[in-house]
Design a protein around this ligand. Sequence first.
Ligand code: GLY
Length: 369
Amino acid sequence: MKEALPLVWEALQVKVDRMIEQLGDKSPHVAKEDGIYDDMRHDWWTSGFWPGILWIMHEMTGKDHYKKAAWSWDEKFEKKMIEANNYHHDVGFQFLPTAIIKYKLTGDQDGKRRGLFAANFLTGRFNLAGQFLRAWNQEKIGWSIVDSSMNLSLLFWAAQESADPRFEHVGKAHADTVVEHFIREDGSVNHILSFDPRSGELIESLGGQGAGPHSSWSRGQAWALHGMANTYRYTGDTKYLHAARRVAHYFLACLPEDHVAHWDFRADESLEGLPRDTSAATCAASGLLELADALPPVEGALYRRAAERILLSLTQNYATWDQPEHEAILRGGTGNLPAGQNIDVSLIYGDYYYVEAIAKLLGWKNRIF
Ligand code: GLY
């Protein structure tokens, strides 16, 4: 991958510049065969990823047109916060790549305020009896999901920024639940766990976006891997580092020859012909680079090499470099196969974690998650 990096970086800048023109004010989530990104509500969980790409490009290049295109997103999200909305556990995915990175890069006080507001909102979703962050809204009162591993960075940032350790207490308590209940002994993970919301007792694992309650949804693996690596970076507690490594070893052992994950590692005895999920691949690659950075170089090299193999395959086999009209960076993502939604498509979070991982390989030291 190292040899390919300068060309990839050049191609990425051309691509993202074109996306700015193509996307306009859209809040992209999925692009199907026609290569045209949709336009989702601002409270939809993926709304932070496109601005996140822009902020990384701004920081890496110093160019102002990326900042200009990224600037107003956190204000739009705040407006939605004070109307009827469906914000939930994923506010980290929305405010970390917008309000908080904006504050970190520019000192913008509105960004800081919005970030702290989102952290308070997420903290308010903590179930004390069960020690978990509640997923979603409506009737799903006792549900928690592995995806929230990635939202914990919002709480750790808020603890540092406000010097108020409550945010860290909640973040660590949820992370402990991830280690104890979500990550299985073999390093695979549960997607959704249902708890009794009053007693806090664990009831069962639910299938969620994987093939079944005991399967191994690859994006869930990636959320846990990257999320636990981030949690180690913030807390320094090696229990999270070990958890991230356990998930990483399982993830890497499941990869097919081209290093790009199938949508669920236990969907079938033979994974032959099953859809891939390039978003699981990119998120895992970025998490593997986080792990590599957390370890002495000799130990970390395993994870760095694995991330590079994944990224090279994505670059060579799944990218849209030769299709300027295509609004996404990568193809081959799977959104929600059990629901029959968004199979073999482009996903904005797949694009985001690709850019994040490439930036890390190029030496980007700041972090969004
Ligand atoms: N967080 C929802 C998903 O990964 O599809």
